[in-house]
Design a protein around this ligand. Structure first.
Ligand code: AMP
Length: 417
């Protein structure tokens, strides 16, 4: 019997892993520049944390979570997104006590039992950040600017920023009722999924993926016209900060996003390089989440971005193609007696910080030279009786095709130059 990876999961193999590492380092560099610090939360949590925060009626909680009962009969869930865990940790560790604004980021796998397709996996990876403690629009602008900065740093420009305000507990209920009344009138013509949502989560009908639903709801009232004074003024400020930062956006009154905890700002970054799963990143404000999870009322805003979709765009654009690491030197053994010396020297060079490789398959000298080429080593040296006698190696530069004799004792120094 042979084993296969689980449907919707993917092995990330070399040399692709080099690209992932590079992108991770760009993400970290951007986040550090904005003074966000890394937080690492466990891969699984109590199921009720997600039910409570993301919302019982969302797709994620309703049908996508990897939930299991462990041997102690506790219901646990592999994390489907990052914010709930971060806020749980923020409350549990009193992070807000030491500083009034907590800025954290994460890079982590997430798990959702969705129907796999291009850009949609069951184990996928996200990078994301949360700014917890500020109710002000400057924090929203910073989070959005930071999201975009990651793509800019990677020379990606084909993206569109959509923003909306989903209101708050004061203005949203009234809007929901008005929308519901309108939607009920056209209910029989809507897709079964949207029909269900009319009663449970009417705002999500507006961001349905179904073309007919979108057409039928094109003249529905939008939340942007029903915002209370506070939400409306917050939204105006966010827009004005974005404009002054030179960030272009479109207001999309239908943008709701699939998580219930959002209040006020919601945003999404989409790429024209992707197919139907075109969302690169999404985020929003969640001013009620901390208190919903048993903490002190604390406003917050954050975002999460998909790694796989970003990698798809990078690949499509032919970027970051040659990041694989290659040995600086390959040491080949000319005969059996020099093998042990070659291994020792390889180890010694490594201890001096040099990426050194040798043969572990007892190959012929010719095959070793071929391997050095295949590994794209910068230098190769062949060691046999003569070299051992002279205590010197002939160092061949495989890039510029020249060679020079170097005493063994100087090898590390010469290779570090
Ligand atoms: P969300 O947490 O749903 O707001 O998603 C944030 C980002 O994560 C999306 O914009 C996608 O880039 C990515 N993402 C979400 N779900 C998946 C998935 N099943 N597979 C791959 N990427 C995903």
């Amino acid at each position: 019997m042979t084993f296969k990876s689980i449907r919707g999961t993917k092995d990330i193999l070399p040399p692709e892993t080099a690209r992932w590492q590079h992108v991770e380092s760009v993400v970290r560099a951007v986040f550090h520049r904005y003074n966000y610090k890394e937080i690492r939360t466990p891969i699984f949590e109590q199921t009720s944390l997600f039910a409570r925060s993301i919302g019982e009626l969302t797709d994620i909680v309703g049908k996508e979570m990897y939930t299991f009962t462990d041997r102690s009969d506790d219901s646990l869930t592999l994390k489907p997104e990052g914010t709930a865990s971060v806020i749980r940790s923020f409350i549990q560790n009193n992070l807000g006590e030491a500083q009034p604004l907590v800025k954290v980021y994460y890079i982590s796998p997430m798990f959702r039992q969705e129907r796999p397709q291009a850009g949609r996996l069951r184990q996928f990876h996200q990078f994301g950040a949360e700014a917890i403690g500020s109710p002000f629009a400057e924090a929203d602008a910073e989070i959005i600017a930071m999201t975009i900065e990651v793509y800019r740093q990677l020379s990606l420009t084909n993206y569109a920023l959509k923003i909306n305000s989903v209101g708050c507990e004061k203005c949203r209920p009234r809007y929901k009722e008005i929308l519901q009344t309108e939607l009920r009138k056209i209910a029989p013509q809507l897709s079964p999924e949207s029909q269900r949502r009319i009663e449970q989560n009417p705002m999500r009908v507006l961001d349905s993926k179904n073309e007919d639903d979108l057409r039928l709801t094109s003249s529905m009232p939008l939340i942007t016209n029903y915002l209370c004074e506070e939400c409306s003024s917050h939204f105006e400020k966010v827009k004005s900060f974005l404009s002054s930062l030179g960030i272009s956006y479109v207001v999309d009154g239908r943008l709701v996003r699939g998580l219930d905890y959002y209040t006020k700002t919601a945003f999404e970054l989409t790429s024209s390089e992707l197919g139907s799963q075109d969302a690169l990143a999404g985020g929003g404000r969640y001013d009620l989440l901390a208190q919903e999870l048993g903490g002190k009322p604390t406003p917050g805003i954050g975002f999460a971005a998909g790694f796989e979709r970003l990698m798809m765009v990078i690949e499509k654009k032919g970027l970051l193609n040659d990041l694989d690491v290659h040995p600086t030197i390959f040491l080949a053994a000319a005969d059996e007696t020099s093998r042990s010396w070659v291994l020792e020297k390889t180890m010694e060079l490594r201890s001096h910080g040099i990426a050194a490789e040798t043969d572990f398959l007892h190959r012929s000298l010719k095959a070793q030279m071929r391997e050095a080429d295949r590994q794209r080593a910068a230098f190769v040296t062949v060691v046999g009786a003569e070299e051992l006698n002279k205590q010197a190696a002939v160092l061949k530069n495989l890039r510029v095709k020249n060679e020079r004799e170097v005493p063994f004792a100087d090898l590390a120094k010469v290779l570090s130059e």
